[in-house]
Design a protein around this ligand. Structure first.
Ligand code: XIL
Length: 397
């Protein structure tokens, strides 16, 4: 009787315990074992906190393909942002600290001895290099974020300014950078087929909004590259621009192709190689950007025998910035964004022999320059987004 009582009393408890265990086991393959979940099913906020600390370094699967980078700012050095950079990326670009606005003298110097403001950029470059990450320089000659006194005056004055600025800055950082964006965003938007016909590029340059071209003319491009090569012969020299994927109504990729071809044909051997080493495709994409349009341009630029970098990649995934998107950020946008990242990275892997570096323009969705469109791989609390998983494993996504 006593045994019967115990049995009757305990059985529900035991069976309850067994059934609980059994349920957990049977759920594990779908929901808990790494690698067995549905791609993109991990919602930001539902994963382990700080999973960026334990998940495999993002650059690891790309070690035989290309460098994987992100941007860095002086304020990043003393907190987790630097740890994220060091764990997941193996190269860095200064988001703003090395732009002319942050380095050049505020106003025209009275003598040839220009007082540059090096401290902030020096600290950044030294810290990043000390952490073992090679750095890319961004940027020398640009129509934006540049003190306007540099392009004030007649052609001779402005050309002298350009050559001195490039010589001094590229010389100052010599040996500390693997590469430079020598000229940034020189081509204007909305180029037609007629604009780029007959291998033309000079009439495709920005004019009224570009002080350099306005004062010097198209030769400012090659003058900048020549000064950079002389100042730092080992640095790879890039032309960098946005909207270089080929899409309807846009021929910027063709103008850049024409320009690099022409300049490298005229300067085939400057310090043992053609003057322009490569083309940086900024790659500020959105959900409607087609992988085919990117692949087309990678093939086109590869035919010039120059290196390609994906230099400022992000994918806008919510409405804003005239990108034609009307959706707000939600799970489906996160999923679409992840698929787009995966498709792009499959192409980058395919052309890895032509691509030397892929750099993201933003560590997380809080600090991205286009934060309102959620364009990066980490959410605002540094949780891994589906986009992160997509880049970590694009072939199986
Ligand atoms: C952006 C920075 O991310 C912003 O912080 C800044 O306010 C403006 O410039 N193309 C470039 C980059 O070459 O330098 C730009 O960076 C983004 C577009």
């Amino acid at each position: 009787m006593f045994i019967l009582l115990i049995a009757v009393f305990l059985f529900p408890l035991l069976s309850c315990d067994f059934s609980f265990k059994g349920k957990t086991d049977s759920e594990e393959p779908n929901s808990e074992k790494p690698g067995s979940e549905k791609p993109g099913s991990e919602k930001p906020g539902t994963q382990e906190p700080d999973s960026w600390k334990t998940t495999q370094p993002l650059h690891e699967p790309y070690k035989d393909y290309f460098l994987l980078g992100n941007i860095v700012s002086p304020g990043d050095l003393a907190n987790d942002r630097f740890n994220i950079l060091k764990r997941h990326f193996n190269t860095a670009t200064a988001e703003n600290a090395m732009k002319p606005d942050n380095i050049a003298p505020f106003s025209k110097p009275a003598s040839d001895d220009w007082s540059y403001r090096w401290t902030q950029a020096d600290n950044l470059v030294n810290a990043v290099n000390a952490a073992g990450l090679p750095m890319h320089g961004h940027t020398l000659i640009w129509h934006q974020q540049t003190p306007s006194w540099l392009f004030a005056g007649d052609k001779e004055t402005v050309l002298a300014n350009l050559e001195k600025f490039v010589t001094d800055v590229a010389g100052h950082f010599k040996g500390k950078l693997i590469s430079w964006d020598v000229v940034n965003e020189a081509m204007r938007d909305g180029l037609t087929a007629a604009d780029v016909a007959n291998a033309n590029w000079k009439n495709c340059l920005r004019m009224n909004d570009n002080g350099w071209n306005k004062a010097i003319g198209p030769e400012y491009i090659e003058k900048a590259f020549l000064a950079a090569r002389a100042a730092d012969p080992d640095a790879q020299l890039f032309y960098n621009d946005y909207s270089l994927n080929s899409f309807t109504g846009n021929n910027k990729h063709r103008a850049v192709y024409n320009m690099v071809k022409d300049i490298n044909e005229r300067y085939p051997d400057v310090g043992g190689r053609p003057l322009i080493d490569g083309i940086g495709m900024q790659s500020h994409h959105h959900l409607n950007t087609t992988p085919e349009s990117v692949e087309f341009s990678i093939q086109l630029f590869s035919s010039l025998n120059v290196k390609i970098t994906i230099s400022e990649m992000d994918i806008m995934a919510a409405k804003g910035y005239g990108n034609g998107l009307t959706n707000d950020w939600d799970d489906s946008a996160a999923e679409l964004q992840a698929k787009k990242y995966a498709a792009m990275f499959r192409i980058f892997k395919k052309y890895a022999s032509n691509i030397s570096r892929v750099t993201f323009w933003g560590l997380d969705d809080r600090t991205s320059w286009r934060a309102s469109t959620y364009p990066t791989l980490l959410d605002k609390d540094y949780n891994l987004k589906p986009a992160f998983q997509a880049v970590a494993n694009p072939d199986n996504f």
